[in-house]
Write a protein that binds this ligand. Structure first.
Ligand SMILES: Cc1ncc(COP(=O)(O)O)c(C=O)c1O
Length: 393
C-alpha cells in the first residue's frame, strides 16, 4: 500500500491523534525508513518504548521462538517466560512480587487498586491518593484523574474520587494534602510527559520520610523512567529512594505491549485470588521479548553507556547558540530542552530533515532515543536539532 492510500484509510481511525505527515515502512537500529525510502534518526523511540531499537535480532528471535510454541494461554496457567521475567525483576530491584499487565495505565490502575486495598485492610479504610500537578499517569478514568494536568481532563465530566494534587518539588504542599484517609502518594521520579522535570533538593528522599512518618504508601510511576532510561535500571536507584511499589511499562516489552506492577515486601501479599486480573497481561510473547530487553539493559556497561550518551546530549546542546533555549535538563537518555517558544515548529522542521523528535508539555523538546543508539547516530541527530535551533525558528 502506498503512503497516500494509508493516509486516506486513516479516516476510518477515530481522530484522537494528530498524525505527522509520514508513513513508515520499516526500521533498523535507531533508524526508521518511510514508504518513499527516506531515512530518519529516531529520538522518540515510540515514546520511550523501543529500548533496543527496531528489528533487534535477539528480541526477534526470542519472540518468534515463543510464537512458535504458543502466543497466548491464559493467566490461569503457569507461564515460563512470565515467571522468568518476574524473577529477573525481583532479583534486580526492591521488588518481591510482580503483576503483569499490557500498558502503563493498566499497571497504574493495579497500583491504585492495591494501595486502596492496603488502606482498607491496614489503615482504617484509607482510600485517598495524592498525585502531582503536571504529572502523567495514563488515560483510563482513574489514571487520567491521577494525571495532574487540566488540559487532559477536558472530557472527564466526573473525576475519579479521592485524588488530590500536590506541587512537585514542594514537600510542604505534599504534607498539607495528606490526611488520615490518605493511603498512598503516586509520583513520577522525573515528570516526563509534563516536560522532563527532575526532582530538586532531595525531594524524593523527603517524600519517602514524609510517607513513613504519616504511614502512607509511596508508589513510583517508572513507566517512562524505568528500564535503563535514566542510566540506572530504575530511577529510584538514581535518587537513592526505595518506594513501596513501582510501575514499569513502555520499554519493558521492547515494542510489545507489556507492563508490570512491582511490589515490595510490605504490600506484596495485599492482593488475593480474585482481587485483580487480566486476560492478556503478561502475554508469553511479550514476556519472552521482555526477558531479552531486561537482561540486556541491566548490564553495567549498557547502563554506563546510556549515562554517557546523556552527558553527550547535555554537552552538545549547551554549545548550541540559540536565545530560544532556556535550560537543558534530564537524566541519561531522557533529556528535555526547555524552549521559550516554537516547539511544534521545530518538531516539524526536524521531521522534514530526517529527525524524529517530539515536544512535550511547556515547550520542551524531549530527546529519548532507543537506549542502544550509536554515538554516531546520536551526534548526527543532535547536529540536525542544533542547526534548526540556531536558525531560530
Ligand atoms: C509516567 C507515565 N505513566 C503512565 C503512562 C501511560 O502509559 P500507557 O500509555 O502505556 O498507558 C505514561 C505514558 O506516556 C507515562 O509517561
Amino acid at each position: 500500500m502506498d503512503s497516500k492510500k494509508v493516509k486516506e484509510l486513516d479516516a476510518k481511525y477515530m481522530g484522537v491523534f494528530k498524525r505527522y505527515d509520514v508513513v513508515f515502512e520499516r526500521g533498523y537500529g535507531s533508524t526508521l525508513v518511510d514508504k518513499e525510502g527516506k531515512k530518519y534518526i529516531d529520538f522518540f523511540a515510540g515514546i520511550s518504548v523501543n529500548a533496543l531499537g527496531y528489528n533487534n535480532t535477539e528480541v526477534n528471535i526470542a519472540a518468534v521462538k515463543q510464537i512458535k510454541k504458543f502466543m497466548h494461554l491464559s493467566n490461569v496457567f503457569y507461564c515460563e517466560e512470565q515467571v522468568k521475567l518476574a524473577k529477573l525483576i525481583c532479583d534486580s530491584s526492591f521488588g518481591k512480587k510482580v503483576f503483569f499487565a499490557n500498558t502503563g495505565a493498566e499497571a497504574n490502575e493495579a497500583a491504585l487498586k492495591l494501595a486502596k486495598k492496603w488502606g482498607m485492610v491496614h489503615k482504617n479504610g484509607a482510600h485517598k491518593i495524592v498525585t502531582f500537578t503536571n504529572s502523567f499517569h495514563g488515560r483510563t478514568i482513574a489514571t487520567l484523574t491521577a494525571t495532574g494536568q487540566e488540559k487532559f481532563h477536558g472530557i472527564l465530566n466526573k473525576k475519579y474520587p479521592g485524588i488530590t494534587y500536590a506541587k512537585f518539588n514542594d514537600i510542604n504542599d505534599v504534607a498539607s494534602k495528606i490526611d488520615d484517609e490518605t493511603c498512598a502518594v503516586l509520583v513520577e521520579p522525573i515528570q516526563a510527559e509534563g516536560g522532563v522535570f527532575t526532582p530538586e533538593n532531595d525531594f524524593l528522599k523527603k517524600l519517602r520520610q514524609l510517607c513513613d512518618k504519616l504511614g502512607v504508601l509511596l508508589i513510583f510511576d517508572e513507566v517512562q523512567t524505568g528500564m535503563g532510561r535514566t542510566g540506572y535500571m530504575f530511577a529510584y536507584e538514581k535518587y537513592g529512594v526505595t518506594p513501596d511499589a513501582m510501575t514499569v511499562a513502555k520499554a519493558i516489552g521492547g515494542g510489545l505491549p507489556l507492563s508490570a506492577l512491582v511490589a515490595g515486601e510490605k504490600i506484596m501479599d495485599v492482593f488475593e485470588p480474585g482481587d485483580h486480573g487480566t486476560t492478556m497481561g503478561g502475554n508469553p510473547v511479550a514476556c519472552a521479548a521482555g526477558n531479552v530487553v531486561f537482561s540486556t539493559v541491566m548490564k553495567k556497561p549498557f547502563l554506563k553507556a546510556v549515562h554517557a550518551k546523556g552527558g553527550l546530549i547535555q554537552k552538545t546542546m549547551r554549545t548550541v547558540k540559540s536565545s530560544n533555549i532556556v535550560e537543558i535538563r534530564g537524566a541519561g537518555l531522557l533529556q528535555g530542552v526547555q524552549l521559550k517558544s516554537g516547539g511544534a515548529e521545530i518538531v516539524k522542521k526536524a521531521l522534514s530533515r530526517g529527525l524524529i523528535i517530539n515536544c512535550t508539555g511547556h515547550e520542551v523538546i524531549r530527546i529519548a532515543p532507543p537506549l542502544n543508539i550509536t554515538t554516531a547516530e546520536l551526534k548526527k541527530g543532535l547536529e540536525i536539532l542544533g542547526k534548526i535551533l540556531e536558525e531560530g525558528c
